[in-house]
Design a protein around this ligand. Structure first.
Ligand SMILES: NC(=O)c1ccc[n+]([C@@H]2O[C@H](COP(=O)([O-])OP(=O)(O)OC[C@H]3O[C@@H](n4cnc5c(N)ncnc54)[C@H](OP(=O)(O)O)[C@@H]3O)[C@@H](O)[C@H]2O)c1
Length: 356
């Protein structure tokens, strides 16, 4: 099995390379700059004991070069953000090269565009595309599927992300936030009665974390779970939130110069101090509440684990061709169980009273 990593020279890309090396999976490093690719190969070679990895240079505006760079690989992991501008070219080339595709994107409108644009092409090519295979969307989408198996007729699902510690965002995450700032400020898409809409006011402005004495303020935020969950769960309304205190970090003006002056991303020590809690709250039509809780640490490290395992499963086991949500491509219990030794824990609680 051979997996290509596009954007291999970035912060997330190098974590993916290290994870591929740890799992002894053959890799091909692909990106737009030969020098930075070589640096990434050297870093991973030194840090993780990987052998000489193949490298290919291909820019996103050269479709033929991208296809040639991916050809012969079983899957592509795309870590090159911002995805809104560069992602579609990479998906198109992966499909043309006959490779399965996953990415680490956290850009909600891009994730929706991948479903809208590439479903037919992927089906015809017999490959599977799973966007947003990251720390948030993958476990959130998988656990939402398990919630839906426990109750009949879900009216509403609300997804909320809380992160503490950890040294903040990588430069690449900040660049993605800047490129999509209008959608972030507007709260992104909600799913309502069969379609995705922008501008819908949030139904929730506070969420109570498990065992917390009081509710936490949240703001509506464009998470990719809003795009993926309604693809496999019949539900009337889906919206997503983040902790208002975390969202406020994006209120400060961010110029390319400021972002360039920051560290590439959190240090390993910072990543160890980070904790996240992702809540998936569902309410059934008869008023029953059911809550899924996903806990873990190190969002960037676990994203590497998830993206590699998703690509590996697609290459080894296959899935329906097309663009799929995580829960459509992978068995939810099996994938979540795989994540447990990597620090992911999850619970599902059913109650007769609302949890928020
Ligand atoms: N839960 C989540 O939402 C989540 C979790 C993890 C990561 N992510 C996303 O993953 C992405 C990567 O983050 P990062 O920290 O690794 O960023 P980074 O360090 O800035 O790396 C970005 C990579 O993409 C490449 N790249 C950027 N623009 C490109 C373009 N137009 N054409 C070709 N290559 C391009 C860069 O190549 P050069 O080296 O040549 O510049 C580099 O390899 C971000 O979008 C981040 O938001 C999301």
């Amino acid at each position: 099995m051979k997996i290509a990593v596009y954007g291999a020279s970035g912060y997330q890309g190098k974590l993916v390379l290290a994870e591929l090396a740890r799992r002894d999976i053959d890799m091909r490093l692909v990106g737009r700059n030969a020098t930075r690719l070589l640096e990434a190969a050297t870093t991973v070679g030194t840090a993780a004991g990987a052998g000489a990895a193949q490298q290919r240079v291909a820019d996103t505006d050269d479709h033929d070069a991208l296809v040639a760079a991916f050809r012969g690989c079983d899957a592509v992991i795309n870590c090159a953000g911002p995805f809104t501008s560069s992602g579609p070219a990479v998906v198109r080339a992966a499909i043309a090269a006959g490779c399965h595709y996953v990415d680490t994107a956290g850009e909600q409108l891009y994730t929706k565009a991948v479903f809208d644009t590439f479903t037919g092409d992927a089906q015809r090519a017999g490959v599977t595309v799973v966007p947003a295979a990251n720390d948030g969307c993958a476990p959130g989408d998988l656990i939402a599927h398990l919630l839906a198996e426990r109750v009949r007729s879900i009216e509403e699902i609300s997804v909320s992300h809380f992160v503490t510690g950890g040294g903040g965002f990588s430069r690449g995450s900040l660049r993605s936030a800047v490129e999509t700032i209008d959608a972030i400020k507007a709260g992104g898409l909600s799913y309502d009665d069969g379609g995705w809409r922008s501008g819908t006011p949030a139904r929730h402005t506070t969420v109570t974390l498990p065992d917390a004495p009081r509710p936490t303020d949240v703001v509506k935020c464009p998470l990719s779970e809003v795009v993926t969950i309604p693809r496999h769960i019949p539900v009337r309304h889906v919206e997503s939130h983040v902790d208002a205190a975390v969202a406020a970090q994006l209120d400060a003006p961010l110029t390319p110069g400021i972002i360039d002056s920051l560290p590439e991303g959190p240090t390993e020590a910072d990543r160890r101090t980070q904790r996240f809690t992702y809540l998936i709250d569902a309410v059934s039509r008869d008023g029953q509440s059911i809550r899924g809780v996903v806990r873990g640490h190190d969002t960037y490290g676990i994203t590497a684990v998830i993206a590699v395992e998703a690509a590996r499963r697609l290459a080894a086991d296959g899935a329906e061709p097309g663009v799929l949500a995580p829960a459509q491509a992978f068995d939810p219990t099996s994938f979540l169980t795989f994540l447990a030794p990597h620090g992911i824990s999850w619970t599902i609680t059913v109650s007769d009273t609302p949890t928020t």
